[in-house]
Design a protein around this ligand. Structure first.
Ligand SMILES: Nc1ncnc2c1ncn2[C@@H]1O[C@H](COP(=O)(O)OP(=O)(O)O)[C@@H](O)[C@H]1O
Length: 482
């Protein structure tokens, strides 16, 4: 970068210092992460909640039939119909995508559930032409609701708190399943919610269905989270239930809350700013450093800060009012900058001109590119710490980690950077020809995974096997404990 003026070069160095996570820090973060995962298994209400999902074991292959899945992500809403045939590992999927309007994310619970019930209705009308939808009583739905819930049974979930920028009144502290079922009833849609599923658990189950070496499911999208299969005997907080200690149960970690106490993560002033100005300050510390929702905002805050710095000549004589708008850039903006193949970063020039009406110089673009790399690399390396921590805690020596989400699938080099960090965490050198633990693109967890979990649940119900603590919920499909 010999053509970059000294003031910009100095600031690139400063940014490198604050955003780089060196190998020793990776190790320290993993160690604290393991402690916190264990605390979550031991005690209710820990920082990392380690929520039992009541998904008991992996699919065996004899789950068959047609199931619905509804995926309420942070950005989109998707309705799927999944056919599971006789052959294990196979499926057919039909789906429609709907945008979640911004105003819904800050409205009321009734508005939210009415909106998604209407999407389900429209999907059924389109996919069951000629059929009366009020007759579709035999369809069962896996509801992928990817927000931290306390689950006492698989078709039950009390929302602990909204994440990913949602702030909908009247839902936190309530069971979301009856709220959604009431909305379906209002719309005249008679389907039953068989399972409330987190996208991470769906990813774990869907990936394990087609790849038996899968041990962890991860999401790197609007938010960031993971799920894995735990033995009941390793969950002290459920010991009072006196269930078979060998019973496998999927745990939704909700690891986005890691380090809410600020013990270890090297937060920059920009991370602190994001937290302070978020709807939930003090929560989701890890997520706010790695998830898609925040990467663009971290990037934007750094540029605004440099512009205001009299010692730096960045965007001088430019109108930066578009850049000053909060959350105006998302992770795809950084992904585009990192994908620019030209030495003079001419695509980045066009991007800034089009999106922000800023005419950039080549040295400015060098700083911009380096900043995007630093933020994207930090996110991938921190994400690898979470994967490393689960593997260390469970003494997993080799496995596939099924991963999904636009950041994982579309952000350039995210996968390679994560793999590199895992090599540093586990100390694999060049003599290890194939990484024993690999994060790989998953099957469709929120669709196929949720449908598989609905199928698994129906199989257990038909066999009369109870899963979950004794709850009294009107219309619950789960039989109470004998
Ligand atoms: N091309 C892209 N590269 C990197 N990140 C992207 C890209 N497109 C979208 N994103 C980010 O991914 C997030 C959405 O994640 P996604 O997995 O698509 O949905 P959801 O989390 O709602 O299920 C957004 O925060 C957005 O910033």
């Amino acid at each position: 970068m010999h053509d970059v003026p000294k003031d910009l070069m100095d600031h690139i160095k400063e940014l490198e210092k604050i955003f780089t996570i060196e190998t020793p820090m990776l190790h320290q973060i993993v160690d604290v992460f393991v402690e916190e995962l264990k605390k979550g298994l031991a005690t209710e209400g820990s920082t990392i909640p380690m929520n039992p999902t009541w998904v008991i074991g992996y699919p065996t292959g004899d789950e068959t039939g047609t199931f619905l899945a509804l995926d309420m992500g942070g950005t989109n809403l998707r309705v799927c119909e999944v056919e599971l045939p006789e052959e294990k590992g196979q499926y057919d999927i039909y789906q429609s995508k709907y945008r979640l309007p911004e105003e819904i994310k800050c409205g009321t619970g009734e508005q939210l559930f009415d909106y998604i019930a209407e999407c389900v209705k429209q999907f059924l009308i389109a996919n069951h032409e000629g059929q009366d939808i009020s007759e579709l009583k035999e369809l069962y739905l896996g509801f992928t609701f990817s927000y931290p819930c306390t689950q006492n049974a698989i078709d039950h979930g009390i929302l602990q708190r909204w994440t990913k920028g949602f702030d909908i009144e009247g839902v936190e502290g309530h069971d979301v399943v009856p709220m959604f079922e009431a909305a379906l009833e209002r719309k005249g849609v008679p389907i039953k919610i068989t399972a409330l599923v987190n996208d991470t658990t769906g990813t774990l189950i869907a990936s394990a269905y087609t790849d038996g070496t899968t041990k962890i499911g991860c999401i790197f999208g609007t938010g960031c989270n993971a799920a894995y299969m735990e033995e009941m005997g390793c969950i002290p907080k459920l010991a009072h239930m006196k269930l078979d200690p060998t019973l496998p149960i999927a745990i939704n970690c909700e690891w986005g809350a890691f380090d809410n106490e600020h013990r270890i993560l090297p937060r920059t002033t920009y991370d602190i700013h994001i937290d302070k100005h978020s709807p939930r300050p003090g929560q989701q510390t890890f997520e706010k450093m790695v998830a898609g929702l925040y990467l663009g905002e971290i990037f934007r805050l750094v540029l605004v800060d440099l512009y205001a710095n009299p010692d730096v000549s960045l965007f001088k004589n430019e109108d930066i009012s578009a850049l000053q708008e909060e959350y105006s850039l998302d992770a795809s903006f950084l992904a585009e900058i990192e994908s620019d193949p030209w030495e003079n970063l001419m695509e980045t020039h066009a991007l800034f001109e089009k999106k922000l009406k800023i005419d950039t110089t080549e040295p400015e673009r060098k700083l911009i590119r380096r900043l995007a790399e630093l933020i994207g690399t930090r996110a991938a390396r921190l994400s690898a710490c979470g994967v490393g921590a689960i593997c260390k805690m469970k003494d997993i020596k080799s496995c596939h980690v099924g991963a999904d989400g636009s950041v994982f699938n579309k952000y350039p080099n995210f996968q390679q950077r994560g793999a590199h960090a895992l090599r540093e965490i586990f100390g694999w050198d060049k003599s290890v020809r194939k990484d024993p633990i690999q994060i790989v693109p998953s099957e469709d967890g929120s669709g196929v995974g949720a449908a598989l979990i609905a199928a698994l649940t129906m199989k257990r119900i038909r066999k009369g096997i109870h899963a979950g603590v004794n709850i009294k919920r009107k219309n619950s499909l789960i039989p109470p404990l004998p």
